[in-house]
Design a protein around this ligand. Structure first.
Ligand code: UDP
Ligand code: MG
Length: 316
């Protein structure tokens, strides 16, 4: 029988974990695959870890990993993928925003052989603040214009993939991880399953608007070097303007003399150009910062502890 690993990053999910586990294991009971759960506690400050240990005691299919601090969802996901042993690997959130009911369908799609991955995208953003949805839509528009890697609008991280694709994702070991981009970048054939937006079952979203904005910028700089090109193009355009302006000033001086006009505007132009230069240097700095982090080759996460999975049958 095939083995299916379900990787679940958890950060302060105490309130909803039991519900998630119940709902998911009910669905899994109907799957003709041996299931293992890999819960990754991403340095939670509530009782998440204790709850996970409880689940592992009751159900031998549950394994848990506890990161030494909060490394972020991307790192937790990576940790989980690294420890998944199944022939198929599914990734889902702990808040029931990724409906477990879709698992059989996802598994069937991948087993059918035509696809290496079945992924879920939501077709609406009901229940989300409108301003956040608007920014999200703009983000997808911009990143898809700037990057060769396709980032699907509304794609969730909820997906089920073959061992081969999971291994491919693990070979992308960059520190600045933008999973939606990485899943797309590794290629393979992905089938998209559409669903409506589901609101979080319990607890709170870990993503403030500011965090999302930083994440969006991370995504753009991780998968596109277009901002660097913008800097060069802008620099070139302003050099040309300056060149013609200088010619104009020289000609005016030769023909009419009296060069003391226009100092205020000149000062404005100098300031403007200095601003543009700083702006461009800032963009270059962004990439430099990322290169710096990559070059340091830091581990993506550090494991504090892990356990469970000694194989005794659970209550499910
Ligand atoms: N998560 C995590 N580490 C973090 C933030 C989030 O492991 O630093 C997990 C979280 O427990 C959940 C998933 O990532 O299982 C998605 O988080 P959330 O529901 O807050 O994001 P949203 O659905 O609002 O985008
Ligand atoms: Mg959520």
């Amino acid at each position: 029988m095939d083995r299916l690993s379900i990787v679940v990053p958890c950060y302060n999910e105490e309130a909803g974990l039991a519900r998630f586990y119940d709902a998911t294991s009910t669905v899994c009971a109907g799957l003709d695959a041996v299931v293992e759960f890999i819960f990754v506690d991403d340095g939670s400050r509530d009782g998440t870890l204790a709850a996970l240990k409880g689940l592992a005691e009751r159900d031998g299919r549950v394994r848990w990993l506890a990161l030494s601090r909060n490394f972020g969802k991307e790192a937790a996901l990576f940790a989980g993928l690294e420890h998944a042993r199944g022939d198929y690997v599914a990734v889902m959130d702990a808040d029931l925003q990724d409906p477990p009911g879709l698992l059989p369908q996802l598994l069937d799609i991948v087993r059918g052989g035509g696809y290496d991955c079945a992924a879920v995208r939501r077709v609406d953003r009901k229940g989300e603040p409108p301003i956040r949805s608007w920014f999200a839509r703009q983000f997808y528009k911009i990143i898809n214009k700037m990057s060769k890697t396709e980032i699907v609008d509304g794609a969730r991280d909820y997906r089920l993939m073959t061992r081969q694709m999971a291994d491919a994702v693990l070979r992308v070991t960059e520190y600045n991880r933008f999973s939606k981009g990485i899943f797309s970048w590794v290629g393979f054939r992905t089938k998209w399953v559409e669903t409506v937006n589901v609101e979080r079952a319990a607890g709170e979203s870990k993503w403030s608007f500011f965090k999302l904005l930083v994440y969006a910028l991370d995504g753009i700089t991780a998968f596109s070097t277009a901002p660097l090109a913008i800097a060069s193009v802008l620099g070139l355009v302003f050099c040309l303007i300056a060149f013609f302006a200088i010619i104009f000033v020289i000609v005016r001086q030769l023909l009419w003399g009296g060069s003391a006009f226009g100092w205020p505007s000149l000062v404005c132009i100098i300031l403007f150009l200095a601003g543009i230069q700083l702006f461009c240097v800032g963009i270059v700095g962004q990439y430099l910062a990322k290169t710096y982090l990559e070059v340091k080759g830091r581990p993506i996460y550090l494991l504090r502890d892990s356990g469970g999975g000694d194989g005794h049958e659970g209550k499910a």
